[in-house]
Design a protein around this ligand. Sequence first.
Ligand code: 13P
Ligand code: SF4
Length: 314
Amino acid sequence: MTDSKDEALKEEILRLKKEKGAIILAHYYQQGPIQDIADYIGDSLALAQKAAAIKDAEVIVMCGVHFMGETVKVLCPGKKVLMPDLEAGCSLADSCPADAFETFVKAHPDHTVISYVNTSLGVKALSDVLVTSGNARKIVESFPADAKLIFGPDRNLGGYINSVTGRDMLLWDGACHVHERFSAERIARLKEEHPGAPVLVHPECKRAVVLMADKVGSTAALLEYAINSPEQKFIVATESGILHEMQKKCPGKTFIAAPPTDSTCGCNDCSFMKLNTLEKLRNCLRDGKPEVIVDPELARKALVPIERMLELSK
Ligand code: 13P
Ligand code: SF4
């Protein structure tokens, strides 16, 4: 029943997409059916790079969370940017209000400000350069070893980058509620149950979890590792949506979602990412809304660090 409903929705989405001259981008944390129907799936960096390169579409539908839609709109100001659900926010972005971040930045006027893309436009506008989990190390290392740096808002990603680069960046005290939930104890138990299975960890996880990793990386980097590894079984500590593409790309391999501390379920979902559904995707294409609208002044300021990131990622 659900399958036939999904199939009907997918047909309608494909028809509307053609009719409206739209392109659909989706993050790896989206529900499987949305990833399957998207024109392009990727991690935050790949999605920003793709958006910057889009020439031929009138309408871009960003299936992800709000900061991703804003980034697309800033990069493509002349295009209509839609999202299935504008309420799809991000606890990490919310952990860094722009006014408080401005006070922090002003208290350290001699520091360069490096921000994760998981931020509001207001925070981006206060930043010198942005990073994603896929390019953070490279971009931080592009600054002289003795450069004074602020890194916000993710204390876990910032702490991880400090540890691998030997830097001492000042960290904003923010975190992602999904990645903070992974438990080192429960991963240790899984390792006992599945000896030899590499542990794949997103750097938004706490240090105790990162220390257990065989591979630390962005969703795209973890996927790449799984594809290229000769191992057949993997323990995955990031949002469970990535398992969909891992399973598709590696049909014979087994992926075990690391469980959160406070739950008996085997998954770890971002409730914001999962707000998007096929039905809402169909509706936004059909109705031409909800549309991502950005403040033009903030967008103008935020474009500078976004473009700097894209340049430094080449
Ligand atoms: P990446 O897309 O860089 O892997 O980051 C994951 C994330 O938290 C997106 O919200
Ligand atoms: Fe934000 Fe975390 Fe959800 Fe990513 S997984 S969108 S960082 S709340």
